[in-house]
Design a protein around this ligand. Structure first.
Ligand code: 13P
Length: 313
């Protein structure tokens, strides 16, 4: 069932968090919906502009709608991740329940004004708007931000930003970064900053981008099979995610972990079966591994079993 993030966040605030998972292809959509149905977990299916261009916006939406029919018990929202105004308007027209306008690289005033423009287009159509304040480092889509250009969210600006822009949730920069090389691995999440943001915005849903775990074993396995990932790859720990939930983190974004999984499954398969060239066999293995991975994540996020607990009409 397609629902607004309002419903999900009202239910989870302070108690558990919703996995918002980036999807690019059919295998990932199957894996995600299969896991959500198995665990009775509400999810946010999110799509970046690059994913929309890769599959085609119509194709990716059609695949998500097909998954909703194949897995009818799944409670989910469809979210545009890191869009600009054009992407957001297009996604609203397409029936997304939620859009992110990412003007976080602009100055404060411009971020407010651009977010407000999207809010004014989205709210009359009951579409939820996520905005971002502060700058994450790392690589997302075709944008790369160096660590020294990252900027934590300023808690003193958070309330003014939300009040003036009218956004419905706020992505905060508190030490995570996009991609496999997170500086949070060294410094960790900045809970003192997060606490101040929550004090400024009590009960307001906060979003944690860059939440992949980037497990050491997976990096080592990929490298053993011929990969060349850097040894300092690291992610957000399960303990950090659990600790962030009472501070109002209602949505945790994951993309990198599922890319690493794709790489691991395919490298292993072709290393063990060098004579094969059929995409169906490793594709099925990836879908199964994806499902298993997400079921384990839902346990950590505390969202297992919560789809049936939501009051939906
Ligand atoms: P990861 O790179 O940690 O998976 O984060 C993805 C993300 O935040 C998408 O918006």
């Amino acid at each position: 069932m397609l629902v607004s993030p309002h419903i999900l966040f009202n239910h989870c605030y302070g108690k558990y968090t919703i996995a918002a998972v980036n999807v690019f292809n059919m295998e990932q959509i199957h894996g995600l919906f299969a896991a959500a149905e198995y665990s009775s977990t509400p999810i946010i299916v999110q799509v970046t502009p690059v994913a929309r261009n890769y599959a085609h916006p119509t194709m990716i939406m059609a695949m998500i709608k097909a998954a909703a029919k194949i897995y009818p018990k799944v409670v989910f929202s469809i979210h545009l991740d890191h869009g600009n105004e054009t992407h957001a308007l297009d996604a609203i027209d397409q029936g997304y329940t939620s859009v992110m306008i990412d003007a976080s690289h602009d100055d404060f005033e411009s971020n407010i004004q651009r977010t407000k423009t999207v809010v004014e287009a989205a709210h009359p159509r009951n579409v939820f708007v996520e905005a971002e304040l502060g700058v994450l480092s790392g690589v997302e889509d075709d944008l790369s931000v160096a660590e020294n250009h990252a900027k934590y969210t300023d808690p003193c600006q958070a309330k003014e930003f939300v009040d003036r822009s009218g956004c419905d949730s706020l992505a905060v920069a508190i030490g995570t970064s996009h991609g496999a090389y997170k500086f949070s691995g060294g410094k960790g999440l900045q809970f003192a900053v997060l606490e101040k943001i929550q004090q400024a915005l009590p009960e307001f849903p906060l979003v944690l981008h860059g939440s992949s775990g980037v497990k050491r074993n997976d990096i080592d396995e990929i490298n053993r099979l011929g990969g060349a990932l850097l040894k300092n790859a690291s992610g957000v720990t399960d303990e950090e995610i659990k600790k962030a939930i009472p501070y109002g983190i209602c949505k945790v974004n994951i993309a990198t972990d599922l890319r690493l999984l794709w790489t691991k499954v395919h490298r292993l398969f072709f290393a063990e079966h060098p004579d094969q060239f059929d995409p169906v066999v490793p594709g099925k293995m990836y879908m199964e591994a994806y499902k298993t991975f997400m079921i384990e994540r839902f346990e950590v996020f505390g969202s297992k079993g919560k789809a049936s607990a939501l009051k939906l009409n």
